[in-house]
Design a protein around this ligand. Structure first.
Ligand SMILES: *Cc1c(COP(=O)(O)O)cnc(C)c1O
Length: 364
């Protein structure tokens, strides 16, 4: 095992303890407690790394922390999509990828591009449906799982999907961005690869783009590092440093946001201007449909004072958006659907702001 992928010395500890403890320099007199921000494109010759595209001590500490949280070996990337691209590179030419049909939009777009070029075969399927999943996964080389799904927030039977993937000899991949390792640890459920948009909850402050892929198999980790080195999809050292700082509180942020999300979902469900609420009881993403339709939903997103009208998720601040404002969003998603990313503000302040915006959306 190379020095970039060390064994996890923290296994057995709780998630919050790992988030605070992992990815720190050795405890030596006068050594810093925190990871140093190393800004270097090259290193003195004679070592294992040699050049800035092959490794960086700040990435390494972030990787140790994410790896410890997910229970595997993490490789960091410039963004979640860069991690996704590197994982899809693991599939041999002409290989079959079975993907959750409501996977992240960027992932589906990249898969369609690979398919159009003849690089991969792609089979989107509703993996939240057991019978459909069992049929679709047969013969796959890679199975791409997301649970909860975006933006309908449906849950899949993740252990069962990973069992089916293993049975057919496929790599089972879980994009764990929405659930985070605080709520779901896919490697322990049988996944071969966990992908993260570190941009979201792991870093948690909407101030950087970063990705990671976490695996159990050291040979797979080495292939991901080689792909990153070759393609140059490396994270910035400052982003890695910021992400590590944000990650120290991921357990507190995610648990608080989840509790607030559950309360808001309950209140939304009994609001007269809301026709449906989609909340699986896991995580801090909530979607709901506005009874007045698309225009009323747009008015709601424009009327909030606390909630930020913006895409993305996982920040300390609460945000919302009408998903169908994006031309690429699936036609299966209702026009009036608003997706909430619940942050860590006070729940009653968030509710009052949302309720006032819903009232302003009522015509006449
Ligand atoms: C944002 C996101 C991605 C892509 O991550 P970037 O950091 O934006 O490249 C992938 N998967 C999910 C579920 C996401 O939310």
């Amino acid at each position: 095992m190379d020095r970039r992928h060390r064994e996890n010395p923290l296994s057995g500890l709780e998630t919050g303890t790992i988030a605070v403890t992992a990815g720190r320099p050795p405890r030596v007199p006068d050594g810093p407690l925190n990871a140093p921000l190393v800004l270097a494109s090259t290193y003195h010759a004679g070592g294992e790394v040699g050049y800035g595209r092959y490794g960086n001590p700040t990435w390494e500490m972030l990787e140790n922390a994410i790896g410890a949280l997910e229970g595997g070996l993490a490789t960091s990337f410039a963004s979640g999509m860069a991690a996704t691209a590197a994982v899809l590179d693991l599939v041999p030419d002409g290989g079959l990828v079975v993907a959750q049909q409501q996977a992240y939009y960027g992932t589906l777009t990249l898969l369609r591009e690979h398919e159009a070029r003849g690089r991969l075969r792609v089979r989107p399927a509703d993996l939240t449906d057991r019978a459909v999943a069992a049929e679709a996964i047969r013969g796959a080389d890679l199975v791409w799982v997301e649970s909860p799904t975006n933006p309908m927030l449906l849950l899949a039977d993740v252990p069962e999907l990973l069992r089916l993937a293993t049975e057919t000899g496929a790599l089972g991949v879980v994009d764990n961005t929405f659930a985070t390792p605080v709520l779901q640890q896919p490697l322990a459920l049988g996944a071969a690869v966990v992908v993260h948009s570190v941009t979201k909850y792991l870093s948690g402050h909407s101030d950087l783009l970063l990705g990671a892929a976490v695996v159990r198999d050291p040979a797979l980790a080495a292939r991901l590092v080689a792909t990153r080195s070759r393609q140059g999809s490396v994270p910035g050292a400052f982003e890695a440093w910021l992400a590590l700082r944000g990650l120290r509180t991921v357990h507190l942020r995610v648990r608080q946001a989840q509790q607030t999300a559950a309360t808001l979902a309950e209140r939304l469900a009994s609001h007269p201007e809301v026709s449906a609420v989609h909340y699986p009881g896991q995580g801090a993403m909530v979607s709901f449909e506005v009874a007045g339709g698309a225009e009323a939903a747009t008015r709601v997103t424009e009327a909030t004072q606390l909630w930020v009208d913006a895409t993305s998720l996982g920040g300390v601040e609460s945000s919302l958006e009408r998903r169908r404002r994006w031309p690429g969003e699936s036609a299966d998603v209702p026009e009036s659907l608003i997706r909430l990313s619940v942050g860590i503000e006070d729940v009653d302040d968030l509710w009052q702001d949302l309720a006032a915006a819903l009232a302003s959306g009522v015509p006449g």
